[in-house]
Design a protein around this ligand. Structure first.
Ligand code: ASP
Length: 324
């Protein structure tokens, strides 16, 4: 059996499981497609009927507001049918029953599975076991990967900064438990961000050897100094096996992005956060709601990115001539 690949025999994207290994050109092409779905003023994405007749199954077994609703809207705005299910796949990752579940939905003519799961490997396992015409898209895999988030973050930076090479980008907070940070690292490295920093308390730093191209900072003041982009992360208590951090007030005092701390970044720095935000923990409300915050634009861009990915994998399927 060939090793798993998210690309088809012609090298075109069939599944989206990870951004790891994606080239700069492949990413820029996806960002370009995403831009196409954004109205010029940055307003909500345009509608088409490009996916008429296609059915998308959203299978989420971890909480989600933005990712699930934006995949759903992305599908609908392209004219697809969308079904939403909350199914526990992870506890049975290698079992027959996962396949039973997926095959049941395949028999109802689901063309694209969008999967969020708390256990590593589930999305790839499903991708390895679906019909040739079916695609699988990750909507967040454990602490490992959140590829559409990485793309929407890159799109947001492109929109506000016009490029990547001259930028200093700081990813700040609970990096250790964050799939957002891992996908951000992959996409920013591929795009050649000028200087990439990870900024975290020792207990929330990823393991040594992970994210080798990023400089590590263990003080927020030093880490965000002169940055163009400050990407804050949610403190992921649900992924901590023991209390690795002090209480919220103390975390905010040492690690929260306040207006005063933001003054250390470049005057035109943007502030990002994947959401959901913990107000007054990792970020002060006056920053989250302030003039430098692009958090809401990230959400809008998420719909455009998910439209572009859906259109890409279905377009590639049509090029392959794979049918139900
Ligand atoms: N919504 C993002 C995720 O699913 C970030 C977070 O939950 O902190 O990973």
């Amino acid at each position: 059996m060939l090793p798993f690949s998210q690309y088809d025999a012609a090298g075109r994207l069939r599944h989206l499981i990870t951004l790891d290994g994606m080239s700069r050109d492949q990413i820029l092409e996806l960002l370009e497609r995403s831009r196409h779905y954004l109205a010029p003023n940055g307003a909500m994405p345009i509608r088409t009927r490009a996916l008429e007749g296609i059915t998308i199954g959203n299978i989420f077994n971890e909480p989600s507001t933005r990712t699930r609703s934006s995949f759903e809207l992305a599908g609908r705005r392209l004219g697809a049918d969308v079904l939403n299910l909350e199914i526990q796949l992870s506890s049975r990752v290698k079992g027959e029953t996962v396949i039973d579940t997926i095959q049941t939905l395949e028999s109802m003519a689901v063309d694209v599975f969008v999967i969020r799961d708390a256990e590593p490997g589930v999305t790839q396992f499903v991708a390895e076991n679906v019909y040739d015409h079916v695609s699988v898209l990750s909507a967040g895999e454990a602490h490992l990967s959140h590829p559409t988030q990485g793309l929407l973050d890159a799109l947001t930076i492109l929109q506000y900064k016009g490029g990547f090479r001259d930028l200093v980008v700081a990813v700040v907070g609970d990096v250790k438990h964050s799939r957002v940070a891992r996908s951000a690292y992959q996409v920013f490295s591929a795009l050649g961000v000028g200087e990439l920093r990870i900024v975290a308390p020792d207990a929330l730093m990823p393991n040594a050897g992970e994210m080798p191209q990023a400089a590590r900072f263990s003080s927020i003041e030093e880490g965000i100094a002169h940055c163009d982009v400050v990407m804050m992360l949610r403190v992921q208590k649900e992924r901590m096996t023991q209390a690795s951090i002090p209480d919220s007030a103390e975390y905010h005092a040492r690690w929260g992005l306040t207006k005063i701390r933001l003054g250390l970044a470049r005057p035109d720095a943007i502030v990002m956060h994947p959401g959901p935000i913990n107000r007054e923990v990792e970020i002060a409300s006056e920053v989250a709601d302030g003039p430098r915050s692009v958090i809401r634009e990230q959400v809008t861009n998420g719909v455009a990115v998910r439209m572009a990915i859906l259109e890409t994998v279905i377009g590639n399927r049509r090029l392959r001539g794979d049918h139900r």
